[in-house]
Ligand binder design. Structure first.
Ligand SMILES: NCc1[nH]cc(CCC(=O)O)c1CC(=O)O
Length: 313
């Protein structure tokens, strides 16, 4: 392939770091790459994500890709709407980073060491519900902005701590500032957290093949597919905050041979703060069925309790 491929990205430090890694991998495979920054309404607004809606960070980039302004788009997978975009192919899910959430607190504190009444910033209803459910008496305060500005609120002494995706902090080279990585039992991550989605136009088969063969990791793809199928099925049935995490685990088949399976955990927060949890295991090749089955179980458990206003991330 001898044309230059233009990769579209948002202009945030995190987006540029993510796109830089994808560009490096493609260049190492012999491709000519140019990086094009696309501004999105999400970058220009400071309103809470729950108000401006899902897709604010990704739809301008997808339009630029569909319109031929760029040839490849790199997204944080968790920021993508669950509805597929028929104009585009999700050509690659690169190996996923650590999907867990992380605490950045003053004075090196962990969650358990924060005093009652400590101000913990997060803009995510999923994180807020799980923080409150810990029963530590934390004062959860709304927060938005890029990773850098959120961490700065702690350094400035305005907040005692913030909760962020570990992957974002890692990609910015700032893991030294993490004071605790939160275990999924306390804080189940957002579906697809830590994963990237690399898209091209659906009719651009050369680029699709290059992305797939250079970047795609089938285990990451399957794990994320299960989590996102769970989210999509829940969105159809309720609008509560959702956490999901699939791990690829080794199991034995009927003949005693080692097979890889998916172990999926899910959590839904009800309006009254109750959390509903469920887990299930299934075949790596049936990730979406597993996600849908777990969503059905969670809907059953939570019933009409899961009516808190929508929110993701
Ligand atoms: N919603 C913003 C967003 N989208 C992706 C990441 C981090 C990287 C990732 O999850 O892959 C973040 C920041 C955060 O949640 O702390």
């Amino acid at each position: 392939m001898n044309r230059t491929l233009r990769i579209g990205t948002r202009g945030s430090a995190l987006a540029l770091a993510q796109t830089g890694h994808v560009a490096d991998a493609l260049r190492a495979a012999g491709a000519e790459i140019e990086i094009v920054t696309v501004s999105t309404p999400g970058d220009r607004s400071s309103a809470p994500i729950a108000e401006i809606g899902i897709g604010v960070f990704t739809s301008a980039l997808r339009d630029a890709l569909a319109d031929g302004e760029v040839d490849i788009a790199v997204h944080s997978y968790k920021d993508l709407p669950t509805a597929p975009d028929p104009r585009l192919s999700l050509a690659a899910v690169p190996p996923r980073e650590d999907p867990r959430d992380a605490l950045v607190a003053r004075d090196g504190l962990t969650l358990g060491e924060l005093p009652a009444g400590a101000k913990v910033g997060t803009g995510s209803p999923r994180r807020a519900a799980q923080l409150e459910a810990l029963g530590l008496g934390l004062d959860v305060v709304p927060l938005r902005g890029n990773v850098d500005s959120r961490i700065r609120r702690v350094a400035d002494g305005e907040l005692d701590a913030v909760v962020l995706a570990r992957a974002g902090i890692f990609r910015l080279g700032r893991t030294a500032e993490i004071t605790e990585t939160l275990e999924p039992i306390q804080m189940l991550p957002a579906p697809a957290q830590g994963a990237l989605a690399v898209e091209c136009r659906v009719d651009d088969v050369d680029t699709e093949h290059l992305l797939q063969s250079t970047l795609d990791d089938s285990a990451s793809r399957a794990a994320v597919a299960a989590e996102r199928a769970m989210l999509a099925a829940l969105e159809a049935g309720c609008s509560a905050p959702v956490g999901a995490l699939a791990d690829v685990v080794e199991d034995l088949d009927d003949n005693g041979a080692v097979v890889l399976r998916l172990s999926l955990r899910g959590v839904v927060a009800a309006a009254d703060g109750d959390l509903f949890r469920a887990s299930a295991t299934g075949d790596l090749t049936a990730a979406e069925e597993l996600g849908r089955a777990l969503a059905a179980e969670l809907l059953d458990l939570s019933g009409s309790a899961a009516v808190r206003p929508a929110g993701r991330s």
